[in-house]
Design a protein around this ligand. Structure first.
Ligand code: PRP
Length: 188
């Protein structure tokens, strides 16, 4: 694994690049199987920014035809805690939602508020179907009941970064998922 100057801020690695690759392939095979033969479009909807790394890997691992699109919402305030609000910052502007099976692609589910809100929002706006796929699931943090359709890995309630996930916009490019040292975010 290549070394990065940010490795020194990581307490422990939760998922190596190899484990992530295996999880992506497993999830992609499930999706291929579930959506094969459909006449509607499979639209992979990446929720910016954290999901962009998983999105790139997942779309390459799928063998069925897909289209891609992007939304950006905010659920976290600054720092490490959720704010409780979901605001749409970049919306989906498509006229073909009735012909789209939307698969929302997320890097992590925490409280569940973002995906709970988005699945309802997209259904109300006329999507043919809406399912969810997350690389990481942190079920211990749920404040609303939400069960994703596809999960790469379940992680404990620790501050995880890497593979798209950030702390103050850093660590997204790490090719693994790790737990951030407390000293990094407690000194501020
Ligand atoms: C994270 C993550 C999800 C959301 C999950 O995004 O990517 O979208 O929070 O949290 P929830 O289950 O508590 O709603 P974030 O707001 O950190 O934005 P980012 O992807 O741009 O880093």
């Amino acid at each position: 694994m290549r070394e990065c100057v940010l490795d020194k801020d990581i307490e422990k690695v939760l998922l190596t690049g190899e484990q992530i690759d295996a999880a992506v392939k497993r999830v992609a095979a499930q999706i291929d199987e579930d959506y094969k033969g459909r006449t509607t479009k499979l639209l992979l909807l990446c929720i910016l920014k954290g999901s962009v790394v998983f999105m790139g890997d997942l779309m390459k691992a799928l063998s069925i035809p897909t289209e891609i699109d992007f939304m950006k919402v905010s659920s976290y305030g600054s720092g490490t805690e959720t704010s409780g609000r979901v605001n749409i910052i970049l919306d989906l502007h498509r006229k073909d939602l009735a012909d789209c099976d939307i698969l929302i692609v997320e890097d992590i589910i925490d409280s569940g508020r973002t995906l709970s809100y988005l699945t309802e929002y997209l259904a109300i706006n006329g999507a043919h179907s809406v399912r969810t796929c997350t690389m990481l699931d942190k079920p211990d943090r749920r404040t609303v009941k939400f069960v994703p359709d596809y999960v790469g890995a379940v992680v404990p309630d620790e501050f995880v970064v890497g593979y798209g996930l950030d702390y103050d916009e850093k660590y997204r490019s790490l090719p693994y998922v790790g737990v951030l040292k407390r000293s990094v975010y407690e000194k501020e």
